[in-house]
Design a protein around this ligand. Structure first.
Ligand code: YXS
Length: 266
């Protein structure tokens, strides 16, 4: 935790000239994204924007075994409440990253789980150290994920690879992630920081207004295909059946009790 008693507890915000850095600071819980941490993260993005940085780098501490274990499972809502609704912490965080006026780069060391993979997808670029893995695990826990999240993955890796990530919930290695377009570069861990900050400086040396306008256009163009109201309602009812189910509660309970879940399909 940060020393100062009233500063952020779970995020370390630093700035060097035009490059800002937000570092996860929740090692005891493998940088699992709890609500307080996500709020601090969003505040850090907004503060760095106000301070006039041109690029923000998101990272864990150097040498981290796990970059982030994803959403804090113990803070997921009880059954009958959408765990990924528009106003929930993770969704709000992902939109802030995508709507941030400056470029956001994920610098990844260690393994990445669940919603933290979507956080990487929501960044403008991802630079990973060799040995990094990405595991998309909602199906392991019983979570129906959500449409905007699925679009992130389809945009990055295409429908087939996105299905494989979600249906198997297995970690994919960085070398595969870079070949299918999920990440931009894989570098030796010793070069990760130098490579990422050099890339950030290169971007920061270009025209900020043009970069901002291009980022905004990418955001609008990658929101996914327009769907009619009925389809939107159908998607919501498909998802509701899952987070209303006994399986959803069982997945979370099994994690808390450190045992394999027994899904009944109801
Ligand atoms: O037992 P203690 O109290 O020491 O705590 C343990 C874990 O409970 C805790 N921890 C977490 N707590 C809350 N939320 C998490 N996501 C989370 N992950 C870990 O950290 C302490 C050490 O964990 P442990 O003993 O399992 O460490 P390990 O080295 O044996 O295994 C590391 C992992 C990451 C492989 C393992 O912890 C794990 O599988 N964690 C869950 C990863 C995951 O499925 N994340 C997705 C969360 S849900 C989410 O992000 C979205 C809603 S969704 O699913 O839709 O994508």
């Amino acid at each position: 935790m940060n020393d100062s008693n009233n500063g952020p507890k779970f995020i370390i915000k630093t700035r060097e000239d035009r490059i800002g850095t937000l570092q996860f600071n929740n090692d005891a819980k493998l940088n699992a994204l709890n609500h307080e941490m996500m709020q601090e993260f969003v505040q850090g993005l907004l503060d760095l924007e106000k301070e006039g940085v041109l690029v923000i780098i998101i990272r864990a501490r150097s040498g981290a075994r796990i970059w982030s274990a994803g959403h804090d499972i113990k803070e997921l809502p009880e059954p009958r409440r959408d765990p990924l609704s528009y106003g929930e912490g993770l969704e709000t965080l992902l939109r802030h990253v995508q709507d941030c006026l400056v470029l956001v780069i994920a610098m990844v060391e260690g393994s990445v789980w669940g919603g933290a993979c979507d956080l990487c997808c929501s960044c403008d670029m991802v630079i990973a150290a060799e040995g990094v893995t990405f595991a998309m695990t909602p199906a392991k826990i019983g979570i129906p994920y959500n449409a905007s999240g699925l679009i992130h993955f389809v945009n990055h890796v295409g429908v087939n690879k996105a299905k494989e990530m979600f249906f198997t919930a297995q970690p994919i290695p960085a070398v595969e992630a870079v070949s299918n377009g999920f990440i931009n570069h894989v570098v030796p861990v010793a070069d990760l920081e130098k490579f990422t900050y050099h890339l950030a400086e290169t971007i920061a040396s270009n025209a900020p207004l043009a970069i901002r306008a291009i980022k905004k256009q990418f955001r609008l163009l990658t929101k996914g295909t327009l769907i009619d109201a009925e389809t939107a309602e159908k998607i919501q009812s498909i998802r509701r059946e899952v987070y209303d189910s006994a399986d959803y509660g069982e997945g979370i309970q099994a994690f808390k009790e450190k045992r394999k879940p027994h899904f009944q399909g109801r």
